[in-house]
Design a protein around this ligand. Structure first.
Ligand SMILES: CC(C)(COP(=O)(O)OP(=O)(O)OC[C@H]1O[C@@H](n2cnc3c(N)ncnc32)[C@H](O)[C@@H]1OP(=O)(O)O)[C@@H](O)C(=O)NCCC(=O)NCCS
Ligand SMILES: [Zn+2]
Length: 200
């Protein structure tokens, strides 16, 4: 493990790591990514372009993170978690990677998989219990506890998290018309939301 010197960017102007953060060997960091104060990026992590990691963020061994991901303060992304492009991780949101943990029966690298799909947002202080997938552009409310797979565009609230509606890709809640003021339109098919695309 090495401590990187303070650098505005790396030598090729590719990314920024604050001097208080540690980046282990064998880590890949994409262009334009910023890693702020007191972070630890562990070995084997692959981080995309134009991401931002706030204060006190830990990225575990072998974790894959896409492009344009924003991780707010005090988040640990453990091994077994995969984060796709443009995901927002709110402050102090919690991931897990063992369903029934025991201090004296360690799992030795056998971690449950958790996937956060493209464009999804995790609210402040929510928890994603491991082994589940949060669908594309879903929104998890502050403090919610996700215990099941979450549908694309679902708005999930509470403990355990329940769906109370749908959200647009842009983040706004959708009313019964399923048309957003941003111009996007959706249709519900067999309980799943799909974007309607104009074919001209
Ligand atoms: C879930 C959320 C998107 C709803 O926002 P909204 O559409 O403006 O909803 P409202 O404030 O009108 O609340 C609707 C209902 O949900 C409840 N509710 C709202 N947020 C809630 C939450 N986080 N947990 C539990 N219930 C919640 C409200 O009490 C209200 O209940 P009621 O109908 O019984 O009165 C929002 O409250 C939220 O949690 N956003 C995430 C914020 C966040 O963590 N940001 C991180 C970056 S800073
Ligand atoms: Zn919209």
């Amino acid at each position: 493990m090495k401590k990187l010197e303070y650098m505005k960017c790396d030598q090729s102007d590719k990314y920024y790591i604050h001097e208080s953060s540690y980046v282990d060997d064998n880590v890949s960091i994409g262009e334009g990514t910023k890693i702020w104060h007191f972070c630890h990026i562990q070995s084997g992590a692959v981080i995309g372009e134009k991401c931002s990691f706030g204060q006190n963020v830990n990225v575990g061994n072998n974790v894959k993170i896409g492009n344009g991901v924003r991780v707010q303060n005090n988040v640990s992304i453990y091994e077994g978690v995969e984060i796709e492009d443009n995901v927002f991780c709110g402050p102090s949101c919690v991931f897990t990677n063992v369903t029934t943990p025991r201090a004296h029966f360690p799992v030795h690298g056998v971690y449950a998989k958790t996937k956060i799909c493209e464009g999804a947002s995790l609210g402040a202080n929510c928890t994603v219990v491991c082994g589940h997938t949060v669908g594309k552009s879903a929104l998890i409310a502050a403090g919610a506890v996700v215990t099941k797979d979450v549908k694309p565009y679902a708005l999930m609230v509470g403990v355990p998290a329940k769906q109370i509606g749908w959200v647009c890709e842009c983040g706004q809640r959708l009313d019964a018309t399923l048309q957003c003021s941003c111009g996007r339109k959706y249709k519900e098919i067999n309980g799943q939301l799909e974007e309607e695309r104009n074919v001209e």
